[in-house]
Design a protein around this ligand. Structure first.
Ligand SMILES: *Cc1c(COP(=O)(O)O)cnc(C)c1O
Length: 399
């Protein structure tokens, strides 16, 4: 497939004057989404009413969208479904993995760079299980050495949300399997950002969100993957009626639906799925290897430009692009205020405490000219000391 990045760029709406380097946090609006959502509201909800579940295909949508995402992450067809939030899907995937782990294993291993919600969900799950499990976190570079025969599940986020550091999914999965453990991979910063090969890596479970690089819109549902070899054995844990084998039989007892469909919980968000569908129409014409090559080229251009123009900013992302996802992050003590000043200048990135300025590199809608403009604005912010102005120092609730 030859990806036409001029075409993909034309598929997104970006506000006038904005250079958007925050698609790793919330992707922009696909132009077709407004019409697709309006159709779901007016022609489907408005005219079909409850008939929309069948006639508009709302009920089948989670598995259909799951398959479209599956292509982007190297999943086997029929093994991804969509719903709920990523926090919930991490909980379900970890619970299912723990239920399949060898007897007597008590450790869930993760790293200190993992996104807090993943760790919080694990903590809560282990407490609820009450079987003496322990969550152990080590520095990302120490994960491999810590994998041993006490590990039940290795639970990692492939791309670090702060630094962009990329774990070796295939290598760590093989290591975990050799030690008898299962893996749960969080693809929040991988799906739509880099090439992912879940099947090739032999991953057991994975989950991710669709509102970051996939551009599904604020609150778009998450996805979850269950490897084919576990599909008929995995426990859903959150045994909702829509993960039942026959939801409309209204049986008093739970029977799991076949395969990954058991990971569905409750009523699917039809309007959010309509927006996500429009985003996935764009992805249909994207080759992930070409996307990755362009992401690296744009990232290298940004990194070199910032390092040359902003000596105050210290790179915290790996310098080797092969060890990095699709973002570049810098450390600066006044990073929050500097980012606010950049945003006032039309360059939108974000800030992650305590001192990280984060820039998402998203080839679907960013060009070389955008990268150069972002570098120029940052250079101006740093050279002028604009970050020191009081209006940029007051913190908003969402950073
Ligand atoms: C963004 C992100 C989340 C967000 O979880 P939600 O339930 O969708 O709010 C979870 N985990 C990781 C690693 C993330 O980057």
């Amino acid at each position: 497939m030859q990806t036409d990045f001029d075409w993909t760029r034309a598929q997104f709406h970006l506000p006038e004057g904005v250079t958007y380097l925050d698609g790793n946090s919330l992707g922009p609006l696909p132009r077709a989404a407004a019409g697709r959502v309006a159709q779901a509201v007016e022609a489907e909800w408005g005219e079909m009413l409850i008939g929309g579940w069948n006639r508009a295909g709302w009920m089948a949508q989670p598995d259909r969208l799951g398959d479209r995402i599956g292509r982007l992450i190297g999943a086997e067809p029929g093994h991804v479904t969509v719903g709920d939030t990523l926090s919930v899907k991490v909980y379900q995937a970890l619970a299912a993995a723990l239920a399949l782990a060898p007897e007597g294993r008590r450790v869930v291993l993760s790293d200190t760079g993992n996104f807090p919600t993943d760790l919080y969900m694990a903590e809560g799950l282990l407490r609820a299980l009450g079987r003496g499990h322990e969550l152990v976190t080590v520095a990302p570079e120490e994960v491999e050495a810590r994998i041993g025969d006490d590990i039940a599940v290795l639970m990692l986020t492939e791309v670090d949300y702060r630094t962009g550091r990329l774990h070796d999914m295939a290598g760590l999965t093989a290591r975990a399997h050799a030690a008898g453990a299962l893996t749960v991979w969080d693809l929040a910063h991988s799906a739509g950002a880099i090439e992912v090969d879940l099947a090739g890596a032999g991953a057991d479970f994975a989950a991710g969100c669709t509102y970051k690089f996939l551009n599904g819109g604020p609150g778009a549902p998450a996805f979850v993957y269950v490897a084919p070899r576990h599909a008929e054995r995995a426990e859903a844990t959150l045994q909702g009626w829509l993960g039942h084998a026959a939801p409309f039989a209204f049986e008093p007892g739970y029977r799991a639906a076949p395969g990954v469909a058991r990971m569905r919980v409750g009523t699917p968000p039809a309007l959010q799925m309509a927006a996500l569908e429009a985003a996935l129409d764009v992805w249909e014409r994207v080759d992930m290897a070409e996307l990755r090559a362009r992401s690296i080229a744009l990232s290298e251009r940004f990194l070199a430009g910032v390092e040359a123009a902003c000596p105050q900013l210290a790179l915290v992302s790996p310098r080797d692009p092969a060890c990095r996802g699709s973002q570049v992050s810098f450390r600066f003590e006044e990073g929050y205020a500097a980012m606010q000043a950049a945003i006032a200048g039309g360059v939108v990135g974000d800030f992650r405490a305590p001192d990280i300025m984060r820039f998402g590199i998203t080839p679907l809608y960013l060009s070389e000219a955008d990268i150069d403009r972002a570098v120029a604005v940052l250079a101006e912010v740093m050279a002028s000391g604009a970050w020191d102005r009081p209006e940029f120092r007051a913190r908003a609730a969402v950073t």
